[in-house]
Design a protein around this ligand. Structure first.
Ligand code: HEM
Length: 191
């Protein structure tokens, strides 16, 4: 994956645990201290090693690291360098999710070697069904974190469930249920 992904993992570890912990993670992942170039393409194995090393050093399951990373990506990284792409994606969860492939396609113009995931959305009775396709395996927890970050970004409240796990013949599926409309005042708030 592009260096910006690995650099965002570095940024998450440094901002939550400090530079010394990042150095431990980096060494455990067998990564050189030179840092990542945002626009260079790295073997996916580097990303997998960083997540596994962060999991070991921070003593948290890899799924939790990936979920925190997804949220961090939306709330910090995506916004830093890609504000214009982000803004074009929409100002609410439903529009943004429906436009994910267009958004990644715009990013791909700048990063031609990227192998972007693909998403499709179906509106069902009371929930959205989001299908996530990728040439990679293991990033579904990151999708949960990305969706957490988007909901936070748009000040919306969604219950998000990973209902089907990827297999050789099946893609990952998530169900998203809007638990509270923006601006809605519930009884507890009103009391
Ligand atoms: C400003 C916002 C965003 C930008 C600039 C962006 C850009 C990128 C880039 C550059 C990659 C690496 C691909 C590669 O190097 O091969 C990537 C991967 C990925 N993106 Fe996005 N993305 C954004 C938002 C999102 C959102 C909102 C989602 C889902 C809800 C998402 C889902 C993913 C996933 C799951 C991957 C991991 C790779 C894979 O699944 O194969 N991204 N994105």
């Amino acid at each position: 994956m592009y260096g910006m992904v690995n650099r965002a993992i570095e940024d998450l570890v440094v901002s939550s645990a400090g530079v010394e912990v990042w150095n431990e993670v980096r060494q455990a992942a067998d990564v050189e201290p030179d840092g990542f170039l945002d626009s260079a393409s790295y073997d996916d194995d580097v990303t997998y090693r960083l997540v596994a090393a962060a999991s070991k050093v921070l003593q948290q399951p890899a799924e939790d690291i990936l979920r925190a990373f997804g949220r961090h990506w939306i709330l910090y990284t995506g916004k830093e360098g890609w504000a214009s792409v982000f803004d074009l994606g929409g100002d609410n969860m439903v529009d943004f999710i429906n436009g994910l492939d267009n958004m990644h396609a715009r990013v791909q113009i700048a990063l031609p070697d990227a192998q972007m995931p693909q998403f499709s959305v179906v509106e069902c009775d009371g929930y959205l069904e989001l299908t996530y396709r990728s040439i990679r395996t293991g990033f579904a927890p990151m999708v949960l974190g990305l969706l957490d970050g988007l909901a936070e970004q748009f000040d919306e409240s969604w219950d998000i469930e990973h209902v089907v796990e990827k297999t050789e013949t099946q893609d990952d599926i998530f169900h998203l249920r809007n638990s509270k409309q923006t601006g809605q005042i519930d009884e507890a708030d009103a009391a």
